[in-house]
Ligand binder design. Structure first.
Ligand SMILES: C[S@@+](CC[C@H](N)C(=O)[O-])C[C@H]1O[C@@H](n2cnc3c(N)ncnc32)[C@H](O)[C@@H]1O
Length: 211
């Protein structure tokens, strides 16, 4: 039987978790002021993980972004957690326990978000969402950002996968980059315009630092 190996996270990931927790708490505090009972807001964690991790600093469990969101003072009306890894999904299910309004999906969020989850934040039905997009690498398709933006009801928190981009795509000599890596970058960015941003002429500042 396969057993879940918890992610071991560095201090920078703990800082990230704190930022998301603070933001989600502020979000629900502000939204809770709405008196209209037809108004509702949901939390979406598309690369949810197992719900808890092991801190490299202390060796102890630390809550992940889904658990932090479940524990904030003023809760969301619904929680939608997605992960590709079935063991992590199993762990999320046990952490969520009997809680109502928690929906857990096992699969590729690029598909599940478009088909099932993003449509729930229907602007005309007074539904709003905070959507956390926290991939390890270039695993998110631009279509998601584009769709969420067009809906005007969804706030996105994107953890930009700089390590994957730097290691695999932004090589000094672009002729040495595999087409497969370029395709991954294009799927994430939406087109090839990242080249203009990343490789500006000398003297100009580029998004990713010097050439
Ligand atoms: C950085 S971890 C998420 C950590 C979590 N947000 C937290 O801070 O507690 C990224 C997760 O995305 C999952 N994953 C990778 N590709 C995915 C995909 N296409 N759809 C859904 N989940 C995916 C991995 O299994 C992993 O658990």
């Amino acid at each position: 039987m396969k057993r879940l190996k918890y992610d071991q996270i560095g201090y920078w990931s703990e800082v990230k978790l704190d930022i998301i927790k603070e933001y989600a708490s502020a979000y629900t505090r502000i939204m809770a002021v709405q008196k209209d009972p037809s108004f509702s807001y949901i939390y979406i964690d598309a690369f949810a993980g197992a719900g808890r991790h092991i801190s490299r600093k202390t060796g102890q469990f630390v809550p992940g972004s889904p658990l932090n969101a479940l524990n904030i003072e003023k809760p969301f009306h619904e929680y939608h957690f997605i992960d590709l890894n079935d063991l992590k999904v199993g762990e999320l299910e046990s952490l969520a326990g009997e809680r109502k309004h928690v929906f857990i999906y096992n699969g590729d969020c690029n598909k599940i978000l478009l088909e099932e989850v993003l449509p729930l934040a229907d602007y005309a039905k007074y539904r709003r969402a905070l959507c956390i997009l926290d991939p390890y690498g270039l695993h998110l398709n631009w279509e998601i950002i584009k769709t969420a933006g067009a809906m005007k009801s969804i706030e996105i928190f994107l953890n930009f996968p700089m390590m994957d981009i730097n290691m695999n795509v932004l090589k000094h000599d672009q002729s040495r980059v595999d087409q497969e890596q370029i395709d991954r970058m294009n799927a994430f960015w939406g087109d090839e315009s990242w080249r203009d941003v990343a490789y500006r002429k000398s003297g100009q500042k580029s998004l990713f630092g010097p050439e």
